[in-house]
Design a protein around this ligand. Structure first.
Ligand code: NAD
Ligand code: LMR
Length: 347
């Protein structure tokens, strides 16, 4: 059985899950950008998830090789690699019948860059992949990892709208890594188990748009305000920079990201399969701050058979968190507008 657990609650004890038995336990997952730093370990983790029975790996390079390698792991997922012009068929073949489409395709940061500096390259990569998904698997759940997530998710929404197949319940920006980091960092300070340290992170996925709600964590009282609080918030907001700096030009977070995306994918598959009370923070088309021009927002979302179920409001905020939200919303609005405007000019 999978060791993955929802990022927002401790795993409930459950009976060991035998290999897939019902339709609810069988899912076809496509990974676009499968040969990259995230793509490879993510594909391996998905191969190890008993809920995945068909794993399609697409990349502009190396995907058949990655699939041949991962395919030797003795778990049920039938794994196939697809290149743009390969004999197995290209992207369209990879997407046929896919229920989840996970997108880590695109370039990562180098030291000194912001996620927004990736926009010019990644916007068109994500747009083109989304166009084919809208055509081939319009009902698939699309999980966007490629940065800048704050802008690439609205671009996917625009692509699906233009194709007349947009379902806001089926589009997700993967922000699970922020929750994962917050849990790790706070548990280290509080001396608690990471699995029991649950810190919702709301807003978006870059610097000031990441708003950790430490006041809602049981261990939050370990750092309420002052210097220690500010240091922790900064570490959560800029955890990505920490990895970019440490990798020194060789890219950004890949392994922790692969883990986070595997957790989110597992949660979504369980919800699609009928499990209730599966809650994750994710960046979705959200009513919460639309009146302030912020059309996409990450908050706790109860996942459902259709994808997005209930979108939870952020809840009670501390005075510090109110200030973080004030910094988040205008920046997020700009990032969203940038994506929508770019797509309008580059459909
Ligand atoms: P990487 O360069 O190692 O891998 C990217 C892969 O995408 C490569 O294998 C490349 O061949 C492939 N690719 C490029 N264009 C493609 C296309 N048109 N179709 C299919 N595949 C294509 O990069 P990485 O470290 O895996 O990061 C990928 C993206 O994920 C970056 O944009 C990075 O910023 C982002 N990221 C997001 C989060 C998050 O929390 N959401 C975390 C880490 C990284
Ligand atoms: C992260 O948070 O690690 C990713 O968004 C990658 C990055 O550029 O920092």
């Amino acid at each position: 059985r999978s060791a993955l657990r929802s990022s927002l609650r401790a795993a409930a004890p459950s009976a060991p899950r035998m290999f897939s038995s019902s339709a609810a336990d069988r899912h076809a997952v496509a990974v676009l950008g499968a040969s990259g730093g995230i793509g490879q370990p993510l594909s391996l983790l998905l191969k190890n998830d008993p809920l995945v029975t068909s794993l399609r790996l697409f990349d502009v390079r190396l995907a058949p090789g990655v699939a041949a390698d991962i395919g030797h792991v003795n778990t049920p997922a039938v794994t196939t690699g697809y290149s743009p012009d390969g004999p197995e068929g290209g992207l369209k073949k990879a997407l046929e019948g896919a229920e989840l489409v996970v997108i880590p395709a695109g370039v990562p940061r180098k030291p000194g860059m912001t996620r927004d500096d990736l926009f010019n390259t990644n916007a068109s990569i994500v747009r083109d992949l989304a166009k084919t998904a809208a055509e081939v698997c319009p009902k698939a759940h699309i999980l966007v990892i490629s940065n800048p997530v704050n802008s690439t998710v609205p671009i996917v929404a625009e692509v699906f709208k233009k194709a007349g197949v947009y379902d806001p319940k089926r589009l997700f920006g993967v922000t699970t890594l922020d929750v994962t980091r917050a849990s790790t960092f706070l548990s280290g300070i509080a001396g608690a188990k990471p699995s029991e340290t649950i810190v919702p992170c709301v807003g978006g996925h870059s610097g000031p748009t990441i708003v950790p709600l430490l006041s809602q964590a049981a261990q939050g009282s370990a750092v309420k305000a002052g210097e220690a609080y500010e240091k922790l918030v900064h570490r959560i907001q800029y955890g990505g920079d920490e990895v970019v700096k440490a990798k020194d030009g060789a890219g950004s977070a890949t392994l922790s990201m692969a883990y986070a995306a595997a957790v989110f994918s597992n949660s979504l598959m369980r919800a699609i399969g009928g499990e209730s009370n599966v809650v994750e923070c994710t960046y979705v088309d959200s009513p919460l701050y639309k009146d302030q021009g912020v059309d996409f927002f990450s908050s706790k979302v109860t996942l459902s058979g259709e994808g997005v179920g209930e979108i939870h409001p952020v809840g009670k905020l501390s005075a510090e968190e109110e200030k973080l939200m004030e910094a988040c919303l205008p920046e997020l609005k700009k990032n969203i507008q940038k994506g929508v405007q770019w797509y309008g000019e580059n459909p």
